[in-house]
Every structure is written in structure tokens, then in C-alpha cells.
Design a binder for this molecule. Structure first.
Ligand SMILES: [Zn+2]
Length: 249
């Protein structure tokens, strides 16, 4: 009997060891607002700082999507424990509040912008985006008008992809290679359109980590909403994505 028990325990330890062993897969966090706003998609400056401090203390290094894709193409190396920090929608607080905190912890982010919202109340201005770009922020597109890709025709999806890319490139003087799907909505048609339009990749809301085999047009992200349980919740979200990746989900 004891022999079976010992075998069972050994098996359990082996399984747990495998599950918790580090992987090469890259986590990508998804934020929206950083402010004192009572909204599920907003984290407070204090919560955001706590999370960034946790990443820095635990040896994470922020990279851009461009760096990740360069690495996949055999150009350059990645630092230890790479992580991508993204923001959707282009809120002004990404510049006013999040950027100084990111810089304090030697981290950088990717912001997905909706050009038609720029300069309106609560959203970034072009000047702020230019300044963010100078301070190591990567800029991507989040469509021209923040419409779900599954709600519009293929021709309209193409227009959203092209006009937002062109507007950002003209204002920022840099090629725009990455996209985030509003509401996480996409289809195989959207993926094909983004590919044809010159995007290298697109971020979804599918939970998990990213590696070389991940579909470039359905990149996985870890959503970080307003936490109910403090830093533990953030750690659990990171852990859950790691486990999904290990289990091939
Ligand atoms: Zn959005």
C-alpha cells in the first residue's frame, strides 16, 4: 500500500513540477485606463504601480511586439522573462499617469490607438502620442472608429485597418505593424485582411501566453481589470496564463 502511495506522490510532484517549470512563452498584459475611475476596465494608479513593481522585482523585462517578432524572424535576442504591457483605446492617463510609473520601474508599453477618438475628452492628443513614442512606447492601431470587426463587412474592416494605419503612420512617421481587435472580436476574414494590409500581428482577448507557434493574428493576452483581491489577483492571472500555455489551451 505504501508503495502505491509513494508512487502517487512522486507522480503528483512530477506533474506539478512540469506545470510550474518556466516556459519561453511570452505573457502580454491588457490594460485600458489607469485612474481613479469606477470602471471594471480601470485600475487605480496605486494598483498599477504595485503591479509594475511586482514585475520589476520578479525579474520581468518589458519588450515591444516589434522586438518579439524580430526575435521570431531570427533578428536579435530577448531578455530574460520578457513581458509585453499593452493598453487599448488610447486614454490620456496612459501618458499622464501610466508612463511615469512604467519609467520608474524601467518598463515600457504598447498603446493601441483609435485615431478618430484622439484629442477628444479623456483621450490622448497627437502631441502626447509623439511624446510617448519618444519615451519608448510602441504605438499600434485599434481601428479608426472602435467598431467590432464582426459587426461590419469585409470592405469596412479593410477600411478600418487601412485608414487607422495610414493616419498613425502620417502623424508619427513610423510604420505601424500591430493591431488590437476592439472587444476582442475577429474572424478568419479579419485576420486575412490585416495580413494583406501590412500588419505583422494582432492582439486578441484570448487568455494565454505567446510563442513561435501562436497565430500572429490571434495573439493572446492577459486581461487586467480592476482587481478585487489586490496583487494576488494579478499574480493568479499571470499564473493562469502560464498554466493554459503549459496545457496547450
Ligand atoms: Zn477598445
Amino acid at each position: 500500500m505504501n508503495k502505491y502511495l509513494a508512487f502517487g506522490a512522486l507522480f503528483l510532484v512530477a506533474i506539478l513540477g512540469w506545470l510550474f517549470l518556466p516556459t519561453n512563452a511570452v505573457p502580454m498584459l491588457a490594460y485600458h485606463q489607469v485612474g481613479e475611475v469606477d470602471d471594471i476596465y480601470s485600475v487605480t494608479p496605486g494598483q498599477f504601480e504595485e503591479q509594475m513593481e511586482y514585475l520589476q522585482k520578479n525579474g520581468y523585462h518589458a519588450i515591444s511586439l516589434e522586438e518579439l517578432f524580430d526575435f521570431y524572424e531570427g533578428k536579435g535576442n530577448l531578455p530574460a522573462k520578457p513581458i509585453i504591457i499593452t493598453f487599448d483605446d488610447g486614454y490620456a492617463d496612459n501618458y499622464l499617469t501610466a508612463l511615469p510609473i512604467l519609467e520608474k520601474y524601467n518598463l515600457s508599453a504598447t498603446v493601441f490607438i483609435v485615431p478618430s477618438l484622439m484629442g477628444t475628452v479623456d483621450y490622448l492628443s497627437w502631441e502626447q502620442v509623439v511624446e510617448m513614442q519618444k519615451r519608448h512606447t510602441e504605438i499600434g492601431s485599434h481601428t479608426m472608429s472602435h467598431i467590432g470587426m464582426n459587426e461590419i463587412s469585409a470592405a469596412e474592416q479593410k477600411r478600418e485597418a487601412v485608414t487607422s494605419k495610414t493616419a498613425l503612420e502620417q502623424q508619427l512617421g513610423k510604420p505601424i505593424h500591430f493591431f488590437a481587435y476592439p472587444y476582442g472580436q475577429f474572424s478568419t476574414t479579419s485576420q486575412q485582411i490585416l495580413k494583406e494590409t501590412g500588419y505583422k500581428g494582432a492582439c486578441s482577448g484570448i487568455p494565454g501566453l505567446n510563442d513561435k507557434n501562436t497565430n500572429s493574428y490571434a495573439l493572446k493576452r492577459i486581461n487586467v481589470p480592476q482587481p478585487k483581491y489586490g496583487l494576488w489577483e494579478f499574480r493568479l492571472r499571470l499564473l493562469r496564463a502560464h498554466l493554459y500555455s503549459k496545457l496547450g489551451l
